[in-house]
Design a protein around this ligand. Sequence first.
Ligand code: ADP
Length: 160
Amino acid sequence: MKIAVYPGSFDPITYGHMDIAKRALKVFDKLIIVISVNPNKHTLFTGEERVKMVKLALHDIADKIDVQVSKDLSVNTTKKLGATHIIRGLRAVTDFEYEFQMTHANRVLENEIDSIFFMTDNRYSFLSSATVKEIALFKGNLETFVPKVVEDMIKEKLKY
Ligand code: ADP
């Protein structure tokens, strides 16, 4: 069984992340979504809230995914989980520079683990969790960016 890890903050998960997860599952049998919890990084949602949110958003592919939090480096988590590849999404060239550096750093740390990049659907190429949070702060309409279950959790968190 081919297993890949899709690491990220997912704060919150968006249609862009969901698109990448579904594309990856055309190549891999199982995807482990690893939510990075970094005490130095401020997030809107806790690790546990993000696990719940990702599971709700991807309930239609629940049998092919596993969702968990990690405080470790992605390469270490990937190896520990018995996965062979790290999945990342690419939106625009601006993502490339950062991903290029991360991939090379990961390769130095763990040469056996390779990264695979999927390009998102054109509709989501300008979508980021940061944009969603910015729109939410001004109580804007989120329906084209996140599923209803995620929108409800954002509204509950920001109390609007
Ligand atoms: P990180 O903090 O690790 O960048 P994110 O949750 O922001 O975590 O993103 C996780 C991964 O998903 C990254 O590879 C990122 O490029 C990708 N991603 C985020 N938003 C989108 C999107 N709209 N389309 C495609 N990939 C995306």
